[in-house]
Design a protein around this ligand. Structure first.
Ligand SMILES: NC(=O)CC[C@H](N)C(=O)O
Length: 383
């Protein structure tokens, strides 16, 4: 809320960053946040706020937070825990309101608009970031790997400057990938609008058969986008009797669709052709009332296509072929993207919380949380 003299307010003296504590590496995130304090209070801010981590286990906990981290772990278990704690809808409302949120690995899946390879019977997503991910797209536990990542946004952080001043060899950020999601594709406005606010949105399709789970609504949705109808003939959509009349998006083959399974990606998934879709972000079905989606900003990419992401399939389709607004730093293939931001939502397919490097936490606080708290539209009220 703007202050009485019309200037943007300062962030509160204590910024509470919640960590969703259902399952997974929430303690590691909390300890990183606590260790941030000396970093945040060094330069740049005259009156730096202190950062406090709060484990979020209830809607009342969430209401106390200025920002939220959803940790790595198991997206199905986290979603189930959130549902049992009556947190799913408060979390969706939170994300809809553009509250600063960072999802790592499983958390990235939860923040995705769509996910392929969901649990049989579907799984709940929060949505928020306009992309489709493939669960376990980098393979199984045994395929875990570490890669030094170039994250250009880190260069502007005071801690990076201090490192450079101290002569530290800054050879990138340690990216730890464990059963990590892969970006199948970034979604366009048409993709997002393909599910109207009034439609049920938990979607599942399984190898040409309607999935007979009462909790799951069958819809015809393309397994992937990218233009062309080359994959329609594989007819892995639900039988027409079960389809609501949704506009359909163009389809093509996908690294995660039933029709183009690839070795590493689909062998590790539980239901490679099950597509889960988060509820829409807009409350209104009127296109006039839709607020424009914040731009997607790519923070880090792998220098080459990940193993199992087949060239010419799904997310491996050359990104330039898509009719999306130009996106800075977009790699040749969406499957190379491992960190991105949309508005105040950030996600990483890797696990910064499992390393000693606190710079991604610092980046989140500095670039997503503090500016949000300082902006005139960011009145913190309970949601
Ligand atoms: N390390 C992780 O967070 C793994 C995520 C896990 N594959 C999931 O689907 O939730």
């Amino acid at each position: 809320m703007a202050s009485a003299d019309g200037t943007a307010p300062s962030p509160p003296s204590e910024v509470i960053v919640g960590v969703l504590a259902m399952q997974g590496a929430f303690r590691e995130h909390a300890s990183h946040l606590t260790r941030l304090n000396p970093l945040v209070s060094t330069r740049a801010l005259e009156d730096p706020p202190s950062i406090r981590a709060l484990l979020v286990r209830s809607p009342a906990d969430l209401e106390r937070c200025h920002a939220l981290i959803i940790p790595g772990g198991e997206s199905t278990a986290i979603a189930l825990g959130a549902a049992r704690a009556h947190l799913l809808e408060p979390l969706r409302t939170w994300v809809r309101r553009g509250r600063p949120t960072w999802g790592t690995c499983a958390g990235m899946i939860l923040l995705s608009r769509e996910a392929i390879g969901g649990k049989k019977g579907g799984q709940e997503l929060l949505g928020g970031i306009d992309m489709r991910v493939g669960r376990n797209g980098f393979g199984s536990q045994v395929d875990s790997f570490e890669r030094r990542l170039d994250v250009p946004a880190l260069a502007s952080l005071p801690s990076s400057k201090r490192r450079a001043d101290a002569g530290d060899d800054d050879s990138g950020f340690p990216g730890v990938f464990i059963r990590a999601p892969i970006v199948d594709t970034l979604l366009t406005r048409q993709d997002i609008q393909a599910v109207a606010p009034s439609e049920p949105t938990l979607v599942a399709r399984e190898a040409g058969e309607a999935h007979a789970d009462k909790s799951v609504t069958m819809q015809q949705r393309s397994p992937s986008r990218g233009g062309g109808d080359d994959n329609d003939k594989n007819s892995d959509a639900a039988p027409s009797a079960t389809r609501p009349s949704l506009p359909t998006t163009p389809s093509s083959s996908s690294a995660f669709s039933s029709s183009s399974k690839t070795s590493a990606s689909s062998s590790a998934t539980e239901g490679a052709s099950i597509l889960c879709v988060a509820p829409p972000l807009e409350d209104s079905s009127s296109p006039d009332q839709r607020t424009p989606r914040p731009p997607l900003e790519i923070l880090a990419s792998l220098s080459e296509l990940p193993r199992g992401a087949r060239q010419g399939a799904g997310g491996a389709v050359a990104a330039a072929a898509l009719d999306q607004e130009p996106i800075a730093n977009r790699p040749e293939h969406d499957a190379q993207i491992v960190a991105l931001r949309q508005g105040n939502l950030m996600c990483t397919s890797f696990h910064p919380e499992l390393t000693a490097d606190g710079r991604m936490h610092e980046l989140f606080v500095r670039q997503c949380v503090l500016p949000f708290l300082s902006s005139s539209s960011s009145s913190i009220t309970s949601s």
